[in-house]
Write a protein that binds this ligand. Structure first.
Ligand SMILES: Cc1cc2nc3c(=O)[nH]c(=O)nc-3n(C[C@H](O)[C@H](O)[C@H](O)COP(=O)(O)O)c2cc1C
Length: 252
């Protein structure tokens, strides 16, 4: 059983390959969230979590899902794979602490570097095309490697994530500020370029957007930026920060 969350498709792509490689069922966290369900596990069934890194930690929706998650038996082999544009900080610590709180144990964890999707602050933009292509090529090999490790049921002391520089400060000092001040859906709006195609409404993994004439954002936003990247006319904007930014159009 593999639970995944994905805004712009990178983590969904990784999750699909892991589900195929491990012959495990794939479940979207955004669909499972809020179900009063106790998940049954077959003997030896692996439990995986695949998600993007948001501000050097797991997205709030992933942590919220773990908090509410009920399993009929203790998962015997539990793993995570996070996708990031640059570095994970101490995402692995935050994730494994949430798992420990359930009385479970995380056997192994990996990061996969993928094209960057974060554009809502000055200085952050999508990758150049050649960087994007290189990341995707490397990611294909990386996911193959991870599939091999999971098949062998590897257990590790230190998780295999690219933490980057100053990981503690990023995760435990910057992340709370980021979550408090930079994740609000209020700055999202559509400009006159909007053609009312509803692609933003359809792509939102948590159904937070409704389009009558123009898109309107509700309060249940994960800030995944799927609505921004999919817009065919670059009409979806986040305050003034995204006007000159690129859009990530997945090419695999
Ligand atoms: C709100 C937000 C915050 C992000 N924070 C980070 C980060 O801290 N470190 C990083 O390397 N990438 C960061 N990224 C980039 C994504 O983790 C990366 O592009 C990921 O592969 C996107 O996955 P998805 O396509 O499944 O949504 C962030 C993206 C978003 C939308």
């Amino acid at each position: 059983m593999i639970f995944y969350f994905s805004g712009t498709g990178n983590s969904a792509w990784v999750a699909r390959q892991l589900a195929e490689g491990q012959q495990e069922e794939l479940l979207a966290i955004s669909d499972e969230m809020g179900k009063e369900k106790c998940y049954e596990l077959k003997e030896g069934e692996k439990v995986g979590f695949v998600f993007p890194v948001y501000a050097w930690g797991p997205p709030a929706i992933v942590l919220g899902f773990i908090h509410q998650l009920k399993m009929a038996v203790r998962p015997e082999y539990l793993f995570f794979v996070c996708t990031c544009g640059d570095d994970t900080g101490l995402t692995a610590h935050v994730f494994s602490a949430a798992i420990k709180k359930k009385g479970w144990q995380c056997a192994c964890g990996y990061s996969v570097t993928m094209p960057n999707t974060y554009v809502s602050l000055p200085g952050f933009d999508v990758d150049e095309k050649d960087v994007e292509d290189r990341k995707v090529q490397n990611a294909k090999a990386r996911v193959g490697f991870i599939n091999g490790e999971l098949t062998r049921r590897v257990r590790m002391k230190k998780f295999d994530c690219y933490e980057g520089g100053m990981p503690f400060s990023k995760t435990y000092l910057l992340r709370p500020l980021f979550n408090a001040f930079l994740m609000s859906p209020k700055p999202f709006h559509a400009t006159d370029a909007c053609i009312g195609c509803k692609k933003c409404e359809k792509v939102c993994p948590v159904h937070n957007i409704t389009v009558a004439d123009r898109p309107q954002w509700g309060g249940n936003c994960t800030h995944c930026l799927a609505c921004y990247h999919i817009c065919p006319t670059h009409a979806v904007q986040y305050g003034k920060a995204t006007r000159t930014k690129g859009q990530y159009k997945r090419n695999f």
